[in-house]
Design a protein around this ligand. Structure first.
Ligand code: ADP
Ligand code: MG
Length: 317
């Protein structure tokens, strides 16, 4: 079995460079050069085997997702990603597993020009902790506390796909490849976050479920929100695989989609739709910010509707 140092060497050999990495993997710490006039945005997320991914998940998918969830947090801040660090806890020193993991991790890093600049390697239950670092213009970040009464509520892409894949996986039946890809290889909405930053008032990435995550915006901003269930975007794959009732629950409370939910003043509607016209990512207006607190979802007849489960909470129950 390779030593800890051989594993780190193998990681260092594959990590790509960036001009602003003064000193990368190999010393006691990395040295990074901040661009002039930018604020540093830092996010950290951990994936634990059996909690965040099934034990038999392919190492490359774990690698991809470990970075994706962090880039999604930067996207939700409207930040430009630059660097990341990687803490790996491994049950044993498995060079093949690390290689597979890096295939996914570094493929996504390359897509976003993110340099792996350091980390830690220890023995223990399989767990992956990543930090991601990005830049914003001074006070240009998209925060949760900026929503204002009268704002529209928007969401990127489609909702419920990842949770739909999980339901299919648990029931052991046919697994739709399009849904599965959304669970295993989520695409962080980095370009959307950058494009939105000048227009939106508040944003969050949908990792725990739309209603729960929009609830965090409302709580931080001291406002309420109303959501139109019939407006929620759905993929063709989700519509084909689940009936109306189950689909609605997945769209409202399914986690792991990593879309961006954001609020913006009505006067920005056209500018936001122009962003859609320029890219391949849809953005859908799903509701509005109102006085008060909490999120209420309305069905097509204007009746309030409660999902069977609001969102995911690691410490619930
Ligand atoms: P120390 O004992 O000083 O913490 P380590 O042996 O943990 O040093 O790390 C040596 C170098 O390798 C450091 O630059 C560290 O950032 C890097 N490193 C360790 N593990 C990883 C990893 N999983 N991914 C990327 N870099 C790593
Ligand atoms: Mg260390």
């Amino acid at each position: 079995m390779p030593s800890e140092f051989a594993l780190i060497d193998a990681i260092a050999r594959r990590a790509a460079a960036r001009a602003d990495v003064v000193l990368g993997i190999g010393d006691d710490a990395a040295i990074l050069a901040m661009p002039e006039g930018r604020q540093l945005v830092v996010a950290m997320d951990t994936l634990n085997a059996g909690v965040h991914f099934p034990d038999d998940t392919a190492p490359a998918d774990i690698g991809w997702k470990a970075l994706a969830v962090n880039l999604s947090d930067l996207a939700a801040m409207g930040a430009q990603p630059a660097w990341c660090t990687l803490s790996l806890s491994l049950p044993d020193s498995d060079a093949g597993w690390v290689d597979g993991f890096l295939n996914g991790f570094l493929a996504l890093a390359a897509l976003h020009d993110v340099a792996l600049v350091g980390g830690d390697t220890t023995r223990g239950p399989l767990s992956v902790c990543v930090t991601a670092h990005g830049f914003v213009a001074p006070d240009g970040a998209l925060r949760r506390d900026g929503a204002r009464v009268g704002d529209d509520v928007w969401v990127t892409g489609a909702l419920g796909d990842a949770a739909g894949a999980l339901v299919q996986w648990r029931s052991g039946g046919d697994r739709d490849p399009a849904l599965r890809a959304r669970l295993e290889r989520p695409a962080p909405r980095v370009a959307a976050g950058l494009a939105l930053a000048p227009l939106a008032n508040a944003a969050i990435d949908v990792s725990d479920g739309l209603l729960a995550d929009l609830g965090h915006i409302c709580a931080a901003s001291g406002v309420g929100a109303q959501v139109e269930l019939d407006a929620l975007p759905k993929s063709p794959a989700l519509a084909a695989a689940f009936d109306h009732v189950r689909r609605r629950a997945l769209q409202c409370s399914g986690g792991d989609d990593y879309e961006l939910c954001f609020t913006a003043a009505r006067r920005h509607r056209e500018a936001l739709l122009a962003i859609v016209g320029n890219g391949d990512l849809e953005m859908t207006r799903i509701g509005r910010i109102v006085p008060g607190s909490g999120v209420v979802a309305f069905d097509g007849d204007g009746n309030p509707w409660q999902p069977p489960q609001r969102g995911f909470d690691h410490f619930a129950g």
